[in-house]
Design a protein around this ligand. Sequence first.
Ligand SMILES: Cc1ncc(COP(=O)(O)O)c(C=O)c1O
Length: 389
Amino acid sequence: MSTTINRRNWLKSSLLFTGALSLPSILQKATANSKSSLTTSMATDTEIEASLLREGPAIKARLSANENPFGPSAKAKKAIVDSMDNSFRYAFSTLQQFSEKIATTEVVGKNQVLLGAGSGPLLHAAAMYFSRNGGSIISADPTFNSLPRDAEKSFNAKWVKIPLTANYTHDLDAMEKAIDSTTTLMYICNPNNPTGTVLDTAKLKAFCERVSKRVPIFVDEAYIDYLPDPQGSSLMDSVRKGQNVIVARTFSKLHGFAGLRVGYMVALPEMITQLEPYCNRGDISATSVSAAMASYDDKDHLQSALKKTTESKEYLYKVLKKEGYEYIPSSANFVMFPLTMDGQRFTEEMLKRGVGVRSWKFANKEWCRVSIGTLEEMKYFEDAFKQLS
Ligand SMILES: Cc1ncc(COP(=O)(O)O)c(C=O)c1O
């Protein structure tokens, strides 16, 4: 099948979301059920949004959403300005060019790429597709819960949560054992959010080769760019080898595009054909996709953002050590550490001091996750943290 982006397909997918054309049954169910409306679960009903709204614009250090505070590259910003003059036109040809660029870089077919306005909508599309007949989705616990949570909350699938190992990584053996006749998808976030832990690549590849023969595997690589060898650590190779693996990427993290909204998915052509009706590529703006194309090749900027992230992360490690706290060494742009007080109280107290962070409860402990900010922001964290630790 072809991923050619034409006006008819775009309109079709847009209309699917408004219910004007015949809907896949899962969409009909969701639309009919006011409690599980698509807009509610996509636009307002997320813990992240709730915490960011609570923080407000006056916050001194927003360290709660794993954004990249160093922002998009100068080339990306220039591409936005340059694309403005033509932004009265629909972005079809730019989107097509971008899909082709991704396909060439990742060495996959053009019909293996699906674009999204960030990877969040792509995860949501997968949640809908893999829940269309009920079933169950297996994930680690804790992990980035958007896909399995949407599947359970909005689309009546069961979410099977497998606790992390004692080292806070995915327990692949337990996840494999949890597969049963109801399993429709395995979700793996690597590096994992919120722990920042990463799986051994060879082990994950062997797992995917074996397990994808039984169930599709969704590998969320939102933070892969923070690893020393992103390409070598990616599961893109498993897709190239014809395995039933779906790889999701976002520009929201190292590329600094969280507000610009660009992401993509790569999978087998037949899987893309299945997922496509659940996606809405018409959401991606011409300016954002032009910026993404510029950023995609801007290795210098990515290196520089990575270097600054590492400096801030090392600073945070020192602060935590100095205050007598342990932490989980992180392969991403956030760090998790166990608290000695109630997590919710801690986040509220930090917020009163102008610093946004998030808390979790797992493995019988209260945890804080701090996103990596600029050095100045890490110093704000330090000042506030010292008052509470
Ligand atoms: C693991 C993971 N996947 C996907 C996303 C969604 O990102 P976006 O929709 O901005 O691409 C996030 C956002 O924090 C994330 O942490």
